[in-house]
Write a protein that binds this ligand. Sequence first.
Ligand SMILES: C[S@@+](CC[C@H](N)C(=O)[O-])C[C@H]1O[C@@H](n2cnc3c(N)ncnc32)[C@H](O)[C@@H]1O
Length: 196
Amino acid sequence: MHVSAQSQITNHQSQIASWESHWAPYDDSIYGPALEALRAEDVVLDIGAGDLRFAVTAAARARRVIAIEQQTGLIGAGPWPTNLEIVIADALAWPFPTGVTVGVLLMRHCTHFRDYARRLRAIGATRLITNARWGMGVEVVDLLAARVDFGRLTAGWYACDCGAVGFAAGTPDAITQESLERAAAVARCPACGWRP
Ligand SMILES: C[S@@+](CC[C@H](N)C(=O)[O-])C[C@H]1O[C@@H](n2cnc3c(N)ncnc32)[C@H](O)[C@@H]1O
């Protein structure tokens, strides 16, 4: 049977989209840096909180944690920390509350990064702790950071509001230590329709 490259890509994308709703815990290599990035005064919105293992630990570090998870069956009987609020809902549809200072999106196969980041900005959150863009490790996204026009990038890493990351082409002499160590924030990139 011949399978075209386009249908292979489409199958791959729909597989990733369906992985988004699966629950799988991470380990301390993810939870450790994510917890370190929390501040005592934070009000945390943990999006796709799974069985709440991160949210419970986060509640010991932050002022308040709101954990949203769509699968009722993952949530045990408690008891839960008094500063942990559990919301069983679809995070794509549930209106994010005001007062949140930081989002947590530990969801490696997330296909709605732009939507979550945009809605966090809209309620005044300033940081997003996530493994969704790079797929490994944890980054703390500054939601207030100015984004560079993709066309102005010289050689170096970039991370886009759409959730894509990559290395912008350029001549070797344009590569600097900074462009290797820091990813430029962009609002549009080739993966989401940016064209020269
Ligand atoms: C890979 S698991 C990670 C769970 C948790 N963040 C952790 O690190 O332990 C992703 C979780 O996100 C949840 N999820 C995905 N999309 C969701 C949505 N739209 N609304 C609520 N939960 C969602 C899934 O049900 C699943 O439990």
